[in-house]
Design a protein around this ligand. Structure first.
Ligand code: PEP
Ligand code: MN
Length: 342
């Protein structure tokens, strides 16, 4: 439920409304927009206070048809949220590219990958230390050692680090090393994990579940924000459909739809959608043209010998070419690429 306030409502009147709602057991989000002030009542059972709220001084109108995800809804916060990772800003005019291997395999591998993606202009290094693999017999990642290697790569290159956390009990450890915590597609519905990353201070990269709708993704984001962490970046990475030619079907429709429904930044992962490196550049260019705020791309110094997802990983040379193309596409849609100075 949203209370639309009268334009003349004073600060004290607003404070009275907020206090009433909080004392009634609801969370409240106040949005100041050019159209006026809106007070969103967050929590179940808001209709029980509707009559009292409607009668309060300063309330012009009640809108009961509020979205199920008030904290992330654009209806409640029309301005785009910019997620800052120190000097890297996701959600502004400049596009941010995150790149690196699927998993951290060795010191040599992650440092070579970091040097290569840094030189090509990426701002954030990706690499899984904890890998949620479809088979229990596949490489599961180096764990804490992988996190230490990522931190070393950050110190060496100045790149920020994004890495996946797969279990609530690992959140503190991963947050100690990472600049951004990734929630993978397989965990988008892991509500205890979502709440746990909501209660720590690092930004969260939330990937869309492979069988999740856009609204389910927004509800997952709502968990993180409701936990206390407003710094969430959404990531479309392809969904499972009847089509088996590609690994997943990249749902580019989701980009403008998400932009309409939420104020959170949206990036695209062309690698896990394509499943094949040959198709990654086309999807990456299309994502930028569709309005994505950035990309996360798998790049490996030696793709044929990667421990995971080698088939979809770009070699460094192909990534350099892609970054050049992305600059042109970005310019065509009124954006630019935020590149580290090589
Ligand atoms: C990954 O980023 O390597 C990964 C496992 O992605 P997803 O969760 O989208 O499958
Ligand atoms: Mn991968």
């Amino acid at each position: 439920m949203i209370a639309v306030l009268e334009k003349s409502a004073s600060l004290k009147t607003k404070a009275d409304i907020v206090r009433f709602l909080e004392q009634s057991g609801f969370r409240v989000q106040v949005s100041e927009t050019p159209e006026g002030s809106f007070v969103s009542v967050v929590g179940e059972g808001a209709e029980t206070v509707a009559d009292a709220l409607r009668d309060m001084r300063g309330v012009a109108e009640l809108r009961p048809d509020a979205p199920a995800y008030p904290l992330v809804s654009r209806a409640h916060k029309p301005d785009a949220t910019r997620v800052k990772v120190e000097d890297v800003v996701i959600g502004g005019r400049e596009l941010v590219v995150m790149a690196g291997p699927c998993s951290v395999e060795s010191r040599e591998q992650i440092l070579a990958a970091a040097d290569a993606v840094r030189a090509a202009g990426a701002r954030v290094l990706r690499g899984g230390a904890f890998k949620p693999r479809s088979s229990p017999y596949s490489f599961q990642g180096l764990g804490k050692q992988g996190l230490e290697l990522l931190a070393e790569a950050r110190d060496r290159t100045g790149l920020k680090v994004v890495t996946e956390v797969v279990a609530p009990e690992d959140v503190d450890l991963v947050a100690e090393y990472a600049d951004v915590l990734q929630i993978g597609a397989r965990n988008m519905h892991n509500y205890r994990l979502l709440s746990a990353v909501g209660m720590q201070p690092r930004p969260v990269l939330l990937k869309r579940g492979m069988m999740s709708t856009v609204d389910e993704m927004l509800l997952a984001a709502e968990y993180v924000v409701a936990g206390g962490n407003p710094r969430v970046i959404l990531c479309e990475r392809g969904i499972r459909t009847f089509e088996t030619s590609s690994r997943n079907t990249l749902d580019l429709c989701a980009v403008p739809i998400l932009k309409e429904r939420t104020h959170l930044p949206v990036i695209v992962d062309p690698s896990h959608a394509a499943g094949r490196r040959e198709w990654v550049p086309a999807l990456a260019r299309a994502a930028v043209a569709a309005g994505a705020d950035g990309l996360i791309v798998e790049v490996h110094p030696d793709p044929p010998n990667a421990a995971s997802d080698g088939r979809q990983s770009l070699a460094p040379g192909a990534f350099v070419d892609l970054m050049g193309d992305l600059g042109s596409v970005a310019a065509a849609v009124g954006r630019s690429l935020d590149s580290a100075e090589p």
